[in-house]
Design a protein around this ligand. Structure first.
Ligand SMILES: Nc1ncnc2c1ncn2[C@@H]1O[C@H](COP(=O)(O)OP(=O)(O)O)[C@@H](O)[C@H]1O
Ligand SMILES: [Mg+2]
Length: 301
């Protein structure tokens, strides 16, 4: 029986601010659901919070990026025998590193834009893409931080230097012109697709988190057949990466209606206006019930 839930937030990743927001929303929902809650704030060393983590029946990880999402915290909680939301160590680590996720997904025959990964920054600066635009991004950070769309060779170095300030290797990926879609999976259930229409050219930090900077259409206005195709690709990705509990997969749909997989988020944003809550809401699931569903699904693993 779960009585006391620890909501783990903070962290030192670039997404700390979002984590604090997610944690507030999750805490309120858990309280409404009748759970006793405690907020566990990760500041610096993980070892400092071990006794707090051991002292609850379930940890709701409200961290995004870094140690919270890359398997480190999941491994710690596994060794403490404390259940937690979402994917385990393997899927968390795989999902965090976009280039590794893409290799695996491409080997399964799923479309993902062509890309190159550079373990060495200097090497990436020598690279001359055959076609432009390209997208330069850090392989292991989120929230569109450190990401640039590069129109020609002259802009490449600046974009690489920006990406290098964030986590992971440098990725240079083909730019796909199209519609921005995201798909939520909870358990083995696929939820309505959200189409995002950002005010900027792409879904950058401001469009993600500032009110009015994007329009959201949910369920997206796609044919039934295309909706089902994209949903089944998303579920396939979830299972191929051995995700559990819940996750959200991002795609760009091009003019020929090909969905190009960009990345999977194993700990997607959980503020009341985040994409997973939007998708659940359009399936008739309130934020509180969504949190309950995630807890229940996560306890099945
Ligand atoms: N290859 C691409 N083609 C077109 N747009 C892209 C591409 N890669 C990223 N983007 C844009 O940047 C956003 C963030 O990229 P994504 O790979 O999902 O990383 P994250 O959300 O973890 O920062 C996407 O939602 C999209 O708007
Ligand atoms: Mg994304």
């Amino acid at each position: 029986m779960i009585k006391k839930i620890g909501i783990l937030t903070g962290g030192d990743s670039a997404e700390r601010a979002i984590s604090l927001k997610s944690s507030e929303a999750i805490k309120n929902a858990c309280n409404d659901l009748g759970y006793e809650t405690i907020q566990i704030i990760l500041n610096g060393n993980v070892s400092k919070i071990i006794s707090e983590l051991e002292n609850v029946d379930f940890v709701f990880i409200a961290l995004h990026g870094g140690k919270g999402e890359n398997g480190v915290i999941q491994g710690l909680l596994d060794s403490l025998n404390v259940p937690y939301n979402g994917s385990g160590v393997l899927a968390s680590s795989l999902g965090m590193e976009k280039s590794i996720t893409k290799q695996l997904i491409r080997s399964c025959g799923i479309d993902t834009p062509d890309w190159k990964t550079f373990l060495d920054v200097d090497e990436s600066k020598q690279y001359v893409p055959k076609i432009f635009p390209v997208v330069v991004k850090p392989s292991a950070d989120g929230s569109t931080l450190g990401l640039s769309i590069v129109k020609d060779q002259s802009e490449l170095i600046t974009a690489i230097e920006l990406a290098d300030q964030y986590d992971g290797n440098i990725m240079i990926e083909n730019y796909i012109e199209g519609r921005e879609l995201t798909v939520t999976i909870i358990g083995q259930q696929i939820y309505p697709i959200v189409e995002i229409i950002p005010k900027h050219k792409f879904y950058d930090y401001e469009c993600k988190y500032e009110k009015g900077m994007s329009d959201y259409i949910c369920p997206s206005k796609l044919s039934q057949k295309l909706t089902e195709t994209i949903q089944s690709v998303a579920l396939d990705i979830f299972n191929k990466l051995q995700c559990s509990g819940y996750a959200r997969a991002d795609f760009i749909l091009d003019k020929e209606n090909t969905p190009w997989f960009l990345e999977i988020n194993t700990l997607p944003g959980m503020t009341t206006t985040s994409l997973v809550p939007k998708s659940a809401n359009s399936a008739g699931i309130s934020f509180n019930n969504l949190i309950k569903l995630i807890i229940d699904e996560s306890l099945k693993k």
